[in-house]
Write a protein that binds this ligand. Structure first.
Ligand code: ADP
Length: 234
């Protein structure tokens, strides 16, 4: 790797002139309109805004889940929406770790099996020592053989975080990660999410309407009416 590519590789995500329009004519909704957005390796960013502001749309576009009407998303320098659909699915599985409000664990698999599932789907071998370390960091090592139903909401979300971090993705993308938790578990989960992204040098983007959650990030991006209206360092 030359010096140039090393410098470039620090920019993990770039969104260029992103637009997502629904419908046409007078009823057209510009969910996202001409948004430029970039994230450095290791940054923790929060995306905030009122309901309907365009956060989910932006998250889906960044996460490779939904193509923009126009504009470009580069992850590690790769323009993701120019890839064929199958390759994008593979890229997404390898490079984006998702944490959703609803945890999305497989109920018939235990904690360990849930965490290594995406790695196995990718045909790779799990790094057992690394994943054990993640489980210790998140305080769920002794739960590794439990089924998700035997865990509290906060513990389930910690498993989802472990799963997202375990595959060493380029970006961890969390959509309202504490939306289903009480305030105490929310705090624990957020502290642990932040701790694990720092410890494992992961890049984290959290989408939230909760300003308390947003404040924990290094940088907050506020979305209103489909545009970025404020970028603030914490
Ligand atoms: P947020 O996540 O901030 O609540 P969204 O990204 O879900 O906002 O929505 C932004 C705007 O785009 C809203 O006006 C919403 O009604 C509209 N929108 C989102 N998805 C669709 C869709 N599939 N069809 C039409 N309009 C949509």
């Amino acid at each position: 790797m030359g010096i140039d590519s090393k410098v470039e590789s620090q920019m993990i995500l770039e969104g260029k002139k992103l637009c997502k329009y629904y419908g046409e004519g007078e009823s057209q909704v510009k969910a996202i309109d001409q948004v430029d957005f970039s994230v450095q390796q290791g940054e923790f960013i929060s995306i905030v805004g009122q309901s309907g502001a365009g956060k989910s749309t932006l998250m889906h576009i960044i996460g490779g889940l939904d193509a923009p009407t126009s504009g470009e998303v580069l992850i590690n320098g790769t323009s993701i929406y120019t890839m064929p659909r199958g390759r994008l699915a593979l890229f997404r599985r390898r490079e984006i770790g998702f944490v959703f409000q609803a945890f999305n664990l497989v109920p018939s698999l235990n904690v360990w099996e849930n965490i290594i599932l995406p790695i196995g789907l990718d045909g790779k071998k799990a790094d057992v020592a690394y994943i054990e370390d993640i489980l210790h960091t998140l305080g769920i090592f002794d739960k590794r053989s439990s089924l998700p139903t035997a865990l509290s909401g906060g513990q389930q979300q910690r498993v989802a975080i472990a799963r997202a971090v375990a595959a060493r993705p380029a970006i961890v993308l969390a959509d309202e990660p504490t939306g289903n938790l009480d305030s105490r578990s929310s705090r624990d989960v957020l502290d642990l999410l932040r701790l694990s992204v720092q410890k494992y040098n992961q890049t984290l983007i959290v989408v939230t309407h909760n300003d308390e959650v947003a404040k924990l990030a290094d940088r907050t991006v506020r979305v209103a009416d489909g545009s970025i209206v404020l970028e603030a360092l914490q």
